[in-house]
Design a binder for this molecule. Structure first.
Ligand code: PH2
Ligand code: MG
Ligand code: MG
Length: 158
């Protein structure tokens, strides 16, 4: 099954934490990373006055179910020392499921597709880079929609 993930970090060594998260995902026998976006430096969305985030998006192929995949993501967050005191506040690493096989899912642990992805440029910009034709919940493609918030590529041209 094809799934899209959004990763973000704004505490500690953000580059290392993103790389290490990708490595842990790739190490899982039932996860293959098909595409990885550039790293984007993004202004905090929701709660301002915290350090800038580094964000990226992944396209993966997985044999895991949505909840099994969520478990793996949360385990990696935990292993990389995730601390979150405030909702939308600073965190070492956040791994969010954006979509899974274009399926809809709604329970207390997981909502798919991610309900707030369309407003957020820190989610859309990396996704646009690896999946410009991806169809958002509104029916528009990710290349047609611009979200809120300032973003820039970390190492343009690298
Ligand atoms: N994550 C949030 C809240 N705000 N802002 C940016 N720029 N990047 C994020 O990853 C982010 C955020 C909640 O998970
Ligand atoms: Mg998040
Ligand atoms: Mg999260």
């Amino acid at each position: 099954m094809k799934a899209y993930l959004s990763l973000g970090s704004n505490m500690g060594d953000r580059g290392f934490l993103l790389e290490e998260s990708c490595r842990c995902l790739e190490d899982h026998p039932q996860i293959d990373i098909l595409q990885k976006s550039s790293v984007y430096v993004t202004k905090p969305w929701g709660v301002t006055g915290q350090p800038d985030f580094w964000n990226l998006a992944l396209e993966i192929e997985t044999g895991l179910s949505p909840l099994e995949l969520l478990d793996v993501c949360q385990k990696i967050e935990h292993e990389l020392g995730r601390v979150r005191i405030v909702r939308w506040g600073p965190r070492t690493i956040d791994i969010d499921l954006l979509s899974y096989d274009n399926r809809e899912w709604k329970d207390e642990r997981l909502i798919l597709p991610h309900p707030r992805m369309e407003e957020r440029e820190f989610v859309l910009a990396p996704l646009r880079e690896i999946a410009s034709g991806y169809i958002l919940p509104s029916g528009r493609t990710v290349s047609e929609v611009r979200g809120e918030g300032e973003v820039s590529v970390l190492n343009p041209g690298k």
